[in-house]
Ligand binder design. Structure first.
Ligand code: SF4
Length: 535
């Protein structure tokens, strides 16, 4: 008996399955067709084959509820017009462990300090105090990130790229220190007591919200609300992005970026270089000099991490032992070359990420939590494989394009999108870097970046005790290895058959960020942060 005999022809057999109309997703169509048939069996309704196919096509083509991004989602507001981000806004050197919780807050309080210095002298003469209030995720996990130390450092006039990590270590070891802040003729004493961990929940414009105030007794002389929006980027109430020149090759999607590269018979990296020059008004030498600075800082962070003693214990209650040096040494003794490669790549990522855990200087690529991923590939390609420096520069620009697009249409902030927005984007960038460094065509660069991002979708952020150590440090190693795997697949598959494009995956990243439960967005309220017991 045929299947259709058993169900009166209501559920189609494979031979009876109609073709999906051209503009309708085939899988949705077939599922709707089968579901209509199944419902018909239960209700006794009779459909002709054609009527059922017509209804299935209608249902499959209908927009799904919840598929549209909320217009008030921060990431949506930012996704208008062409990408205007440039490299020195994106790759930032600063103290770990989290770009949104250390570099961002330090830039914020430094910005406020600069605003205060510009107040009229008579107002400054009345000033008696400075106060910082941390809200949302900054309050929930700031203690573990050292947000209060970073905020105080900015307030006393220290900048992320040049602050001596020993200053921050000193604040951790001697938290009662008091510092004078010079404002006009006035000197105001500030200490960690002036940084207040305020409400963790509320109707905040961004999950990482801060206010900074200049006070005269109980009176407020100056107050500003700020947002640390991820990757060390900051905004404030009433913020308007700085005016920039138009890009030579405007693009808002990977499809458009790749079209520029292909139509001009050049690479994604060269398109990015032209845009860096036109948007920021810089020469090629200036762009190269900046990219070299970042490459060198990445190499330095891996080297200093590998040089730490094998029995080093990272700061904080987890008492996590450093493992980069041990993994590196033992990996070199592995019997198989491939195991040596994977072990070493992992060790490089662990090394840079452990430096982040120590609060030492790291590079946002795109964030502090993901600070081990890109340096691992940069170090491996430049220092181990001796790939030409110009190819690494090109790779850094292609990787930046990937990061810019994720920022443009989704988010780089774990407080907005979980770990997929940090390690996922970092891994995607590292895959683009690797493919570019090995002269892959633009489609392979896109495919590698897509693949690495795709396989981090849904990854939550649940740092144990609010410290960027577990799962973050090992996660950087996995992000690096996945980047390598993504390049391995993309460079060996038939590129034109790669089924998912980068822009689709970025849309999925944004949608997943929107739907993710807030417990998994850098609040340490769930996941490993709950299940791991600290003794
Ligand atoms: S879990 Fe991921 S996103 Fe969260 S702090 Fe760690 S590295 Fe960053």
């Amino acid at each position: 008996m045929r299947t259709s005999d058993k169900n009166n022809g209501l559920i189609p057999t494979s031979s009876e399955t109609p073709d999906a109309p051209a503009n309708v997703n085939r899988r949705s169509f077939l599922m709707r067709n089968a579901a209509i048939g199944a419902a018909a069996v239960m209700t006794g309704k009779t459909w002709t084959k054609e009527a059922r196919a017509e209804q299935a096509a209608k249902e499959a083509a209908a927009p799904k509820l919840g598929a549209t991004l909320s217009p008030d989602l921060n990431v949506v507001a930012k996704s208008k017009g062409p990408v205007m981000t440039v490299a020195d806004e994106f790759y930032k050197v600063g103290p770990g462990p989290s770009s949104s919780h250390t570099i961002g807050p330090m830039r914020i309080t430094y910005d406020f300090y600069q605003r205060c210095t510009k107040r009229p002298a008579d107002q400054l003469a009345q000033a008696t105090g400075l106060k910082v209030h941390l809200f949302g995720s900054l309050s929930a996990t700031g203690k573990g990130h050292g947000t209060e130390r970073a905020a105080l450092a900015g307030l006393v006039g220290k900048e992320p790229a040049t602050v001596d990590p020993k200053f921050l270590d000193g604040l951790r070891d001697k938290p009662d220190q008091v510092f004078p802040v010079k404002l006009g003729d006035k000197s105001i004493d500030v200490s960690l007591k002036d940084v207040i961990y305020d409400a963790t929940k509320g109707d905040f414009k961004h999950p990482n919200t801060m206010t900074v105030k200049l006070l005269a007794g109980n009176d407020v002389l100056l107050e500003q609300e700020y947002y640390s929006v991820g990757g060390g980027f900051i905004e404030w109430k009433g913020y308007t992005p700085p005016k920039k020149n138009q890009p030579k090759y405007p693009f808002a999607t990977m499809k458009e970026l790749r079209a520029h590269a292909d139509n001009n018979k050049t690479t994604i990296a060269k398109i990015m270089l032209a845009n860096e020059m036109s948007i920021a008004g810089r020469s090629e030498e200036e762009v190269n000099a900046f990219v070299d600075k970042i490459i060198n800082a990445m190499v330095a962070t891996v080297k200093s991490g590998l040089a730490m003693p094998e029995d080093d214990v990272l700061p904080g209650p987890i008492k996590l032992h450093s493992k980069a040096a041990s993994v590196y040494k033992r990996a070199l003794d592995d019997k198989y070359e491939s195991d040596r490669g994977i072990g070493a790549l992992s060790a490089f990522a662990l090394a840079a990420s452990e430096e982040n855990g120590r609060g030492h200087l790291v590079i946002t690529a795109p964030t502090g939590g993901s600070a081990g991923v890109m340096p691992s590939l940069v170090y491996g390609l430049l220092e181990v494989r001796k790939v030409d420096r110009q190819k690494i520069r090109d790779g850094m620009l292609a990787a930046a394009a990937v990061g810019y697009l994720c920022k443009h249409h989704a988010t780089l902030s774990a407080a907005e999108g979980g770990c997929q927005a940090e390690i996922g984007v970092a891994s995607s960038m590292a895959a683009a870097l690797t493919a570019t460094a090995y002269d892959a065509p633009s489609l392979v660069v896109e495919n590698a970046a897509e693949s690495a991002l795709e396989h981090h979708l849904g990854m939550t952020c649940d740092p144990v005790a609010g410290y960027v150590q577990v799962p973050c440090i090992e996660r950087c190693a996995f992000g690096a290895v996945k980047a390598w795997t993504a390049y391995g697949i993309a460079s060996n598959e038939i590129a034109s058959r790669h089924r998912v494009n980068f822009d689709e995956t970025v849309t999925a990243l944004a949608q997943t960020a929107k739907d993710m439960n807030s417990k998994y967005k850098e609040t340490s309220e769930a996941g490993l942060a709950q299940s791991v017991v600290l003794c």
